[in-house]
Design a protein around this ligand. Sequence first.
Ligand code: PLP
Length: 394
Amino acid sequence: MSSGSMVTGERAHYLDYNASAPLLADARDAMLGALEVDANPSSVHRAGRAARGMVNKARRQLAALVNTRPDHVVFTSGATEAAATLLTPHYTFGRSPLTFSRLYVCAADHPCVLAGGRFARNDVIALPVLASGLVDLEALDEALSGHDNGAGLPLVAIHWANNETGVIQPVTEIAAIVKAKGGVLVVDAVQALGRVPVDLSANCGDYLILSSHKIGGPRGAGALVAQSDLMMPLPLISGGGQERGHRAGTEAVANIAGFGAAAETADPARFAECVAMRDAFEAGILEIAPDAVIHGRDVPRLSNTLFFSVPGVKAETAQIAFDLAGLAVSAGSACSSGKVGKSHVLTAMGVEAEEGAIRVSFAPDTSAAAVGRFHDELGKIVARARPKNSLAGA
Ligand code: PLP
């Protein structure tokens, strides 16, 4: 899965799992099976019921992975849509309307959260992160203490694991602070799912935002998962009554089936084993460039992610060189335009990384050969960018 055939016939190494994980064989099989069932899951005939069965199987598979009830899962087209659905001032609590007056996000959140969903721009407050990449809990506590609950409750949205640095936020502590202030917490668990244990019953927020393609399912499926379906956002997409009225539109059965199969395969304990490879990547980087900076290194991070800068080495140039050498890494996070902008995550951490940073993200089945190839190429890149006599003090 981590390797593939390049045009040159050489072996390529895919080290960009946080952008999108390769499709797992089980997910592909489930998708192919779903494509054979050519019907609308809302149809009551046999074929329709078969399609419905596949959607519901995926619902059970995803619910099992995050330890909640299947009917608390609402499938969407991806995490971005799940965020846009959950981040709204307008919810219902039972049959009563419930209003949130402000949305508190974290400056290092993914752009789909920073965009603030259906909140007015002025009602979205970005909370700072510390130099470590962890959200500033004092600032969160202070902001919520100053919130006027009379005008509406506070809604808080924070990522569990950062897509660029891999920094893991203390979600249970965050959830306790938000709860104590009468707020509601949406956790963007896109990068955490399948990589660390995610248990929605264990006080880690009121809602999760999830994405299929980060865990080896297809691109184009995601979900919002609620701890209780008593309180739900007004739908973003209304029309038919699909997803119990929370998301209209005929379900993308094959994508959802693939998502479910990937969820069933996900194994955070196995993912934790990536840490040995991460250590090997990092040790080699620091040997080649002792002044390299590994961002977020002092706090808990995803075992599969490292994000680093080398003074004098432009990340974008390095990425191209890695690509030519058959190593798919990223310079920051992938964005739709294909351009690499300045990392808002590093800016939020107060890091001056003028030349950008390289992200390496992988999986338990990434071949050990990738590490050696990566170091060989990094050595050449650094030597080209910083000829020997300019390495003084490095
Ligand atoms: N949240 C995080 C932390 C992500 O890394 C991503 C994708 O990069 C998203 C949300 C958006 O996911 P999707 O591509 O499913 O919309």
